[in-house]
Design a protein around this ligand. Structure first.
Ligand SMILES: Nc1ncnc2c1ncn2[C@@H]1O[C@H](COP(=O)(O)OP(=O)(O)O)[C@@H](O)[C@H]1O
Ligand SMILES: [Mg+2]
Length: 287
């Protein structure tokens, strides 16, 4: 870490280095990165997603699946305080990050977004060079030392370096859609986050580009904790360790809101779901 980074006031505790210890009792100990309890997000006072509790484990890929409108995007935006930027949105309940309240007084949302990066559905590179795109967040955060090495490492990690190393000064918009999405992943990685949020990162891509993103996720989980929203169940089954199935429920007055129906190991969700609603969804009877 550069001295620049150390100079930044860090208000959140650093993640523990204790990782995936074995308890000796058979079940591996999984360090929790986020512990969410009773999360509700409202827009103009109406709940879009209600009463969600779950834990996100370190170095795992956690998928959030469910029908359109069940609050997947709303929910994932809570993890880096992106709903703060939507004036009508309110986040209720608790989001603990390594034991610290992500919404606590004195927690700087910019610091949160540095630890918890995000990649969106549609690749959104800036109309700048490939290099400047990757360097963007690092520059904003004052991480200016060894910027070339930082950019190279992020592009390597995003499996894009070999394709762009001779054209770093070229415009990012000249890249293909799949390359642009890997560039956005590199941009998120360049500030050395701990967690990457991905909201349908492959849904605008062709099957080959999608496979590359999925392969990349498998690589990245060695170093990062990943949350992915996907409406593609096969994708969840291929990449995720844990899967959360959300659905839409009707309140007493007929208003619709999302709920977490079931959260478990991915193989369990897809082969032996505990809830009938999960079974109907994963077998394609609904949604
Ligand atoms: N910025 C917003 N303002 C108002 N309502 C929103 C906003 N974003 C999402 N919603 C509403 O919240 C609900 C959940 O949306 P969303 O989180 O986008 O679901 P999903 O990602 O599962 O399709 C929907 O009813 C949607 O219309
Ligand atoms: Mg969405």
């Amino acid at each position: 870490m550069s001295s620049d980074t150390e100079a930044t006031p860090v208000r959140l505790a650093s993640p523990s280095t204790l990782d995936q210890r074995d308890t000796g009792a058979g079940a591996p100990f999984r360090e929790s990165v986020f512990d969410v309890s009773d999360a509700t997000v409202t827009y103009d006072g109406s709940p879009a997603v209600q009463g969600v509790s779950l834990e996100i484990h370190r170095n795992q890929i956690t998928a959030i699946i469910g029908p359109s409108g069940c609050g997947k995007s709303t929910f994932i935006r809570c993890f880096n305080r992106l709903n703060d930027l939507i004036p009508s949105a309110r986040v209720l309940g608790r989001f603990m990050y390594h034991g610290e309240d992500l919404y606590g007084a004195g927690v700087d949302p910019v610091e949160v977004r540095k630890r918890v990066g995000m990649v969106f559905q549609k690749p959104n590179p800036f109309p700048k060079s490939i290099y400047d795109n990757v360097a963007f967040g690092a520059r904003v955060l004052g991480m200016k030392e060894n910027l070339d090495a930082r950019v190279e490492r992020a592009l390597e990690q995003a499996a894009l370096w070999d394709e762009v190393k001779d054209r770093l000064k070229k415009g990012a918009l000249s890249l293909s859609g799949g390359q642009q999405q890997r560039l956005c992943i590199a941009r998120a990685l360049a500030t050395e986050p701990e967690v990457i949020l991905m909201d349908e990162p492959a849904s605008a891509l062709d099957p080959i580009a999608t496979t590359r993103i999925e392969d990349l996720m498998h690589e990245l989980k060695r170093e990062y904790t990943i949350l992915i929203v996907t409406h593609n169940m096969q994708q969840a089954a291929r990449v995720a360790d844990m899967t959360a199935f959300f659905s839409v429920e009707r309140g007493a007055e007929g208003q619709r809101h999302g709920i977490l129906v079931e959260y478990d190991r991915t193989d369990k969700i897809f082969t032996q779901p505990a809830d009938k609603r999960t079974e109907d969804y994963v077998t394609g009877r609904f949604g």
